[in-house]
Design a protein around this ligand. Sequence first.
Ligand code: HEC
Length: 133
Amino acid sequence: MLYLFPFLALLLIAGVLMVIRSGNRSPGKYLYETRCQNCHQEDGSGLKALIPPLAASDWLFENQDTLACIIRHGLSGPIHVNGVFYDEVMPANEKLRPGQIMNIINYINRSWGNEHEKIRLREVKKRLEKCEH
Ligand code: HEC
């Protein structure tokens, strides 16, 4: 019986590691970390006068309909976020698939105290149609 212990211990460790990994690596979080976090920061607070916040952003609240298009095609020109004026350029992410855009939206919509509705793939596709050229 004893010879089974190392084997069982390994199995347990592997299981725990898998749970930790899946917890930390939700697809939306991973995409945010690799595509957005450099600018908008890990806590969604933005960067001084250059990058607007996503955490508690009134813009995010009011522009859920155009969010998918912005993530895909970027954003430029003057905007106000929580009363602060920004006029910078956010780059496009032309290669992101609708499912990936959905995961990013659902991540930023439910992080840092944000409590916006979750979005479904069908809805993301519909919204993206409005900005296809
Ligand atoms: C290179 C820096 C940069 C990256 C990377 C970036 N953004 Fe932005 N983002 C900006 C800037 C700058 C603005 C403001 C644009 C303007 O002034 O018109 C902005 C604006 C926004 C806004 C609207 C304003 C607000 O804060 O609510 C949202 C939403 C947003 N970004 C989400 C994202 C998401 C999601 C990603 C990742 C897919 C991302 N951004 C990646 C720089 C960036």
